[in-house]
Design a protein around this ligand. Sequence first.
Ligand code: LLP
Length: 411
Amino acid sequence: MVLNSSIRYVDDSLIIDELNITAIVEETGTPVYIYSLKRVLENYRRLRLAFARLRAHLHFSVKSNGSLAILRALKDAGAGFDCVSAGEIHLALEAGARGEEIVFAGVGKTRAEIAYAISKGISWFNAENVLELRYINEAAAEAGVDTVRVALRLNPQVTANTHPYMATGHGAAKFGLTEDVIREVLARQDEYPRIDFSGIHIHIGSQLGDNAATLSAVDKLLRLIRPWSQIRMINLGGGLPVAYRFDEAIPSLDEFVGTLASRLRGYEILLEPGRSLVADAGILVAEILYVKRQAGQIFYIVDASMAEMIRPALYGAHHEIVPLRKTDGEMIRAHVVGPVCESADVLARDRRLPLLREGDKLALLTAGAYGMAMASNYNARPRPGEVVVDGERWWISRRRETYGDLVRYET
Ligand code: LLP
């Protein structure tokens, strides 16, 4: 849900769990990301429960939100982590995860990253290149590690129902290995004496609009591994969608699990959810700097931009935007735009919003996934702070960057 049990209106004020958001941002300033730990953990438990029949292990996809406070909370709740770089492995370890709770994916792992991951004893590599296998085998030998577990990532050549930039399982994608390559690798696995090929991985895309492509990918995967009884672990990747629009329906999770359950019986199942755990637990709060009326339009120019939240500019993504204080005044149509010098710097186009004034504050909803994680310093904008709310407590879990931070790495 877009507004939910954590982020909702009480007496016309937008609150997060028990706290008034206006009171928080009066102290922190804007723009700022705010997350509800309670909502993250509810999402985690909901997913755990939905996948209980598969006894699935959930590995949170760190790329969606690398906030240590969130990683720690998920770790304490029992989650593992899906990392796509040595940097993300570092974050997971910083959050207290052990190597064996981490899986390492990525289409272009460097040899240094492979060696680092092995030195940390990570539990699975999701491998996507034949040469990568040689690198893993060599790195294991160098480190004196007898066995490294590898799940080959299958590119099932199915087209996911999602934005083209988020589809990864089609034939033209750089991701994964096609069936023929996987068969060949498995037939010649003796060439990699330190690798235990006992897993297989798919991830066909993110924000999947329906389950059809996943089910057809799973069927292909099962046909492929049938002759190889050594493969006991199936990693289904991430991709579970969330509602970004007030009226958006998303496919039923129970139905999905029900269809998968009979097919996957007997396998160890791993999942890599990102968005479905954190998206609706986070908001980005911005202040209206100017109300500009021009050429028959109204622009709310706010202090957040595509630098703080790139999803609308990059994917044409829709995020609902609501005022921190509800008014029952006039409703108008407005564009919500940022200060960045790009025509793409539009957070919301032609939205029905209340007539607001300079100084009023807005919350961009469902911003907990791929928001701060994709923020940049474009236009020399210091990245925003992050606030974590835990019941009646809140704290700044990451401070807003300073101008000093902008030149910190100059030599
Ligand atoms: N596993 C793999 C191998 C992935 O590539 C991804 C996401 C995930 C898991 C987590 O997927 P999720 O559960 O979050 O759908 N920046 C885009 C999304 C890109 C997703 C990349 N891979 C966005 O803002 O929507």
